[in-house]
Design a protein around this ligand. Structure first.
Ligand SMILES: C[S@@+](CC[C@H](N)C(=O)[O-])C[C@H]1O[C@@H](n2cnc3c(N)ncnc32)[C@H](O)[C@@H]1O
Length: 562
C-alpha cells in the first residue's frame, strides 16, 4: 500500500484510517501521533491532513518523482543500519540525543530506536518529502509493533540540510551524550553542476581552491564531505560520537585536512564495507566513526567492518601524510625537482580525438575529413601506459593552442582546420565545465611548452599501478597525453631515460605505495608525484655524482622554461 509515494504497512494503514476521524486540527492530530510514536511534527499543516484523508479514501495525489542522482540517494538497508547500531552499542556508546542529518526513509532512526535505551530526542532531516513521509510511517509502524518501547521525542523535518539551522538542536544538547549517525548523499558538487542542481551548500568553494584549481578537480568535493565537516565543526564541542557511511575518498580528505580544520575529534576509524553488496554500487565506502570533543588526532585506523580485521593506520606522521603509517620508506619524501603536468583537457572527444589512415582523418562521429597536419599530434591515454615503453599509437588529438589562453582566431588562417572545428562549434560551446566559460572558441587546457617536449615520462592517474612509461616522439612529432595522465617532458632521450630509471626504482614504488590511496578515483595525483625527491632517489640508488648533476641541469632547463 502506498501513501504520499511512501509504502505503508497494514498496521499503519489501519491505525491512520481509524484515528483520522478524531483529528480536528493539526495540533490534535500531532498530539495523537506523538502519543503513538513520539513524532512531534507528523503533520506540518491542515492541507497535509486533508490530503492524507483523501489518499486513505482512495483519491491519489500525484507526487513529484525526484531525481535519485541529484540527491546522492542510496538508502541504507536495515540489516546494515542494525549492525552499525549494535556495534556502537557494543563499544559502549549510549546516546541521549541523536541526529540523522539526511535521514531518507529512516532506517538509521529505526535501528537507533531498536538498539539504544536512553535516547530522549531524535532529529531527522531530509530533503525529499516522500522520504520524510516514509520515515514517519516507518517510525509509527515501529511503535505500533513495539508498544512497550520508550518513545523519545522525534522530529522529522522536510528541509535541505544546507538550510537547516543547527542552533535549535545545539540548545537542547548541553551535557547530554550525542550521536550523529547516518549516510549523507553520495554525490559530488561537479556532478551536481552538470545537472544544474541547486542541492549544494552556499559555500560552494569550501575547499578554498583558487582559479583553475577551483574549477577543475581540486575544488571538487563530495557533498557528504561538506556535511560531515560542517557537523563536526558545529557539534565538535559536544560529548558524543559520529558514525557515518561515506565514500573512502571523503574519509581520506577529512583526515588529510585535519591539521587545517583542527576538528576536535579522536579515535578515528574507517571500517570498509562491501558497497556492491549493501548498495549495489561500485564505489569504495566505509563506516567513518570518531569521538567528539577530544584533542585532535591526526590518524585513522582502517579495518574490515564485517571481520574487524585491522588493515593499517593512515594519516599524518612528522608532518607527512601517509597511507600506511607503519611504512618506513619515506626517505625520499620531499619536493620533485621537476613540475609534473597533467595532459590535455578538451572535453570534446568526438571532434578532437581523431585517427589517421594515411590519407584522411576520421573522428568519433564517423566523419572523414582533412585538416592541416601540423595540428594533429599522436595521443596516449591512461590505457596506453600499461607498459614501460609506450607503443606507437593510431590515436591523435587536435591541439588548438600552444599555451592556455592563447587567442584562437589565428586558426582562420588554416582553412581546413577552421572549417572542421567551426562545423562542430556547438559541441565546443556546449561544454559543461565552467573552465571554458568566457574562453576563446576551441580552447583547451593542460597545454604549454612542456606539451611539445619530444621525450616524456608518463604515468596514469587512473590505474592502480606504479610504473612510469617512457614516451618517445612518433613520426617526428611529440606525443601528447590526455588529462587522465601525468608527465614530465625532456629535451633529450638520455635525460629522460635517466629519470625514468630512477622513477621505476623500488624506492619510488615503495614510497608511492605508502602515500597513495588505492581506493581514490585517482590514485596518482600531481600532489603525490610532486613529493618524489629524485635527488634523494639518485643517492639511495648509488648513482654516480656526475649523473646526479644531470638532474640539476635538468632542473635549470625546466625552471628557465616556465
Ligand atoms: C545516501 S542516502 C541515505 C539516506 C539515509 N541516511 C540512509 O542511510 O538510508 C542520502 C539521503 O540524503 C538526502 N539528501 C540529499 N540532499 C540532501 C540535503 N541537501 N538535505 C537533506 N537531505 C538530503 C537524500 O534524499 C537521501 O535520502
Amino acid at each position: 500500500m502506498r501513501l504520499f509515494d511512501a509504502s505503508i504497512s497494514d498496521s499503519v494503514f489501519l491505525f491512520l484510517k481509524k484515528d483520522i476521524k478524531t483529528w480536528a486540527t493539526v495540533q490534535s492530530a500531532n498530539a495523537k501521533l506523538c502519543h503513538a510514536c513520539g513524532i512531534t511534527n507528523f503533520f506540518c499543516n491542515d492541507t497535509e491532513i486533508q490530503q492524507i484523508a483523501s489518499e486513505l479514501n482512495g483519491i491519489n495525489y500525484s507526487v513529484v518523482c525526484e531525481d535519485r542522482a541529484e540527491y546522492g540517494d542510496f538508502q541504507t538497508n536495515q540489516s546494515l543500519t542494525q549492525q552499525i547500531a549494535t556495534q556502537l552499542k557494543r563499544e559502549g556508546i549510549n546516546p541521549q540525543i541523536v541526529i540523522e542529518p539526511t535521514c531518507g526513509k529512516g532506517n538509521f532512526i529505526l535501528s537507533v530506536l531498536d538498539t539504544f535505551e536512553n535516547v530522549e530526542r531524535i532529529y531527522g532531516i531530509e530533503i525529499q518529502k516522500k522520504y520524510t513521509w516514509q520515515a514517519k510511517f516507518n517510525v509509527l509502524d515501529f511503535f505500533l509493533n513495539n508498544p512497550n518501547k520508550t518513545k523519545p521525542e522525534i522530529q522529522i523535518v522536510n528541509s535541505s540540510i544546507f538550510e537547516f539551522d543547527y542552533q535549535t538542536i545545539k540548545k537542547t544538547i548541553g551535557e547530554k551524550e550525542l550521536l550523529i549517525i547516518g549516510n549523507p548523499p553520495w554525490v559530488t558538487n561537479s556532478a551536481l553542476g552538470v545537472m544544474d542542481s541547486k542541492n549544494l551548500p552556499k559555500k560552494s568553494n569550501f575547499k578554498r581552491q583558487k582559479g583553475l584549481d577551483a574549477m577543475t578537480g581540486k575544488g571538487n568535493f563530495d557533498i557528504a564531505e561538506y556535511i560531515t565537516i560542517d557537523l563536526l565543526q558545529n557539534f565538535g564541542k559536544c560529548k558524543g560520537n559520529m558514525a557515518f557511511l561515506v565514500k573512502n575518498t571523503v574519509i581520506k580528505n577529512i583526515v588529510h585536512d585535519l591539521p587545517k580544520l583542527k576538528l576536535l575529534i579522536a579515535g578515528l576509524k574507517k571500517q570498509n564495507i562491501d558497497s556492491k553488496k549493501e548498495f549495489d554500487v561500485s564505489v569504495d565506502a566505509s563506516l567513518f566513526s570518531c569521538q567528539l570533543n577530544k584533542t585532535t588526532e591526526l590518524s585513522c585506523l582502517e579495518s574490515d567492518f564485517y571481520t574487524s580485521e585491522v588493515k593499517c593506520n593512515f594519516g599524518w606522521l612528522n608532518g607527512k601524510f601517509l597511507s600506511n603509517l607503519s611504512c618506513s620508506c619515506n626517505d625520499i619524501d620531499g619536493v620533485s625537482p621537476f613540475e609534473w603536468r597533467q595532459g590535455i583537457k578538451h572535453d570534446c572527444s568526438k571532434v578532437m580525438e581523431i585517427e589517421f589512415d594515411g590519407e584522411c582523418y576520421s573522428n568519433k562521429l564517423g566523419e572523414r575529413f582533412v585538416i592541416e597536419e601540423a595540428f594533429a599530434f599522436p595521443l596516449l591515454k591512461s590505457s596506453d601506459l600499461k607498459k614501460k615503453h609506450a607503443e606507437p599509437t593510431r590515436k591523435m588529438v587536435i591541439v588548438t593552442q600552444k599555451y592556455v589562453g592563447q587567442n584562437t582566431t589565428y586558426i582562420q588562417k588554416y582553412p581546413q582546420l577552421y572549417e572542421y572545428l567551426n562545423r562542430h562549434i556547438d559541441l565546443f560551446r556546449n561544454r559543461k565545465s565552467s573552465i571554458y566559460k568566457g574562453k576563446c572558441d576551441f580552447s583547451i587546457f593542460g597545454v604549454g611548452d612542456y606539451s611539445f617536449k619530444p621525450y616524456k615520462i608518463a604515468i596514469s592517474g587512473l590505474y592502480k599501478t606504479f610504473h612510469f612509461c617512457l614516451v618517445k616522439p612518433q613520426n617526428n612529432k611529440p606525443v601528447m597525453l590526455d588529462d587522465t595522465c601525468y608527465f614530465i617532458g625532456f629535451d633529450t632521450l638520455e635525460q629522460a631515460e635517466y629519470v625514468w630509471d630512477l622513477l621505476n626504482s623500488v624506492f619510488v614504488t615503495d614510497f608511492l605505495k605508502s602515500i597513495s590511496f588505492k581506493d581514490s578515483k585517482r590514485m596518482i595525483t600531481k600532489e603525490v608525484l610532486m613529493r618524489i625527491d629524485l635527488r634523494r632517489v639518485a643517492i639511495l640508488k648509488g648513482e654516480k655524482k656526475d649523473m646526479f648533476g644531470c638532474i640539476n641541469n635538468q632542473q635549470e632547463i625546466q625552471l628557465s622554461l616556465f
